[in-house]
Write a protein that binds this ligand. Structure first.
Ligand code: FMN
Length: 365
């Protein structure tokens, strides 16, 4: 990963999102009422029960599993580092993480592993956020020694390993060998002293993949599904003839991946195409412990600066508390007991995959 390629990714990814962080075709309309692009999240319905609500002061956003204890079920997911511009972004995101208390991941640290002079473009996330939960990020080809260096640079609390075979396939200069990834992940898990989280980059982790990861000693899986930043489209745009256009729509959407991957032995994180606080609630109701946002938050930061992103996240946290109050969930884990209905193509997906469809087993809340 070179610095200029990362700068391209930032530019092209932000072009997929609106100024307020919504995906591009979801920018505010004339009457300033934002509209959102369709998403499989829209096929996850939380049945309204008018007497289900609780008292706002009883609601806590805190979310925990054996790997983390976060004040809210929201995090800033992996994006940048390696170039001057993305170093500035990491510094700003570190400040946002400090101001909002959200966990944060840097982008892939391959540039640092190849060229230690880029260390400062990643360190900002920790230097401006001394007490926050920080995740380092490497690819599955990293050696255990490289993974330790990445963790050490950030004094990281956890290590993300990203799986991006689709992106590499479409990327003109991409990697073409993925066969060693499972063994490589196992070596990294054995060689670092922080928990390892494995994530996709927008094409989703299936249940089968999550089972394999559990067997490799990975502690958490971030399904990072389709529906938001689209790296097949970004890389295809960098090809002379954009000849991979037919891959549009490849992968599992975030709600589909959650439904496929739950019950496979790992705590799940959800990211990819999360448009607003209701999508966060939907992902939590489908079993995620916390929900990550990348491109949308980056667009807000680049259009409005640190203050705008702090305001957006503060508003999201306020809305999450409000929605949980409405739904009668006093903590995020209780949302999985909500009366969820799955319809449309997501329901068809569940049927075809033999997945129990939420809402058909007589949920009670
Ligand atoms: C500009 C940009 C750069 C990214 N770089 C990385 C990366 O280096 N490592 C990684 O694991 N994911 C990376 N991602 C993927 C995100 O972490 C996330 O999985 C994906 O964008 C889907 O989330 P979103 O729809 O909220 O953007 C990047 C995303 C963006 C927008």
């Amino acid at each position: 990963m070179t610095g200029s390629r990362k700068d391209d990714h930032v530019r092209l990814a932000v072009a997929q999102h609106g100024a307020d962080g919504t995906p591009a075709h979801g920018t505010p309309s004339d009457d300033d009422h934002p509209t959102y692009p369709p998403s499989q999240f829209d096929e996850v319905h939380l049945t309204h029960h008018a007497l289900a609500g609780t008292d706002r002061e009883r609601v806590s956003l805190r979310t925990r599993c054996d790997v983390f204890d976060w004040r809210a079920p929201l995090y800033i997911n992996a994006m940048t580092g390696g170039s001057t511009m993305t170093g500035d972004i990491n510094r700003d995101l570190g400040i946002v993480a400090r101001e909002t208390g959200l966990p944060i991941a840097t982008g892939s640290m391959s540039p640092y592993l190849k060229d230690p002079s880029t260390a400062g473009t990643f360190r900002g996330v920790r230097e401006h956020n001394r007490d926050g939960f920080v995740m380092a990020n490497v690819n599955a080809h990293a050696t255990a020694e490289q993974a330790r260096r990445a963790v050490g640079l950030l004094e990281a609390d956890a290590l993300q390993i990203h799986l991006n075979a689709v992106q590499e396939t479409v990327m003109p200069e991409g990697d073409r060998s993925f066969g060693s990834w499972p063994a490589g992940i196992g070596r990294i898990v054995a060689g670092v002293d922080v928990p390892v989280i494995v994530k996709e980059v927008g094409f989703g982790l299936s249940g089968r993949t999550v089972s394999t990861l559990a067997g490799l000693g990975v502690r958490v899986a971030d399904v990072a599904g389709r529906g938001g930043t689209d790296f097949a489209r970004i890389e295809n745009g960098r090809r002379p003839h954009a000849d991979f256009a037919y891959l549009d729509g490849w992968g599992l959407s975030t709600p589909a991946a959650l439904l496929d991957a739950r019950g496979r032995g790992l705590p799940l994180l959800a990211s990819g195409g999360v448009r607003h606080p209701l999508d966060v609630i939907r992902a939590l109701a489908l079993g995620a412990h916390a929900v990550g946002v990348s491109g949308g938050f980056l667009a807000t930061l680049l259009h409005g600066g640190v203050d705008a992103l702090v305001r957006q996240i503060t508003r999201w946290l306020d809305h999450l508390t409000g929605l949980m109050t409405l739904l009668g969930a006093t903590r995020p884990g209780e949302l999985s007991e909500c009366d969820v209905l799955v319809t449309g193509s997501l329901r068809e997906f569940c049927t075809a995959r033999g997945i129990d469809i939420p809402g058909t087993q007589g949920a009670s809340r």
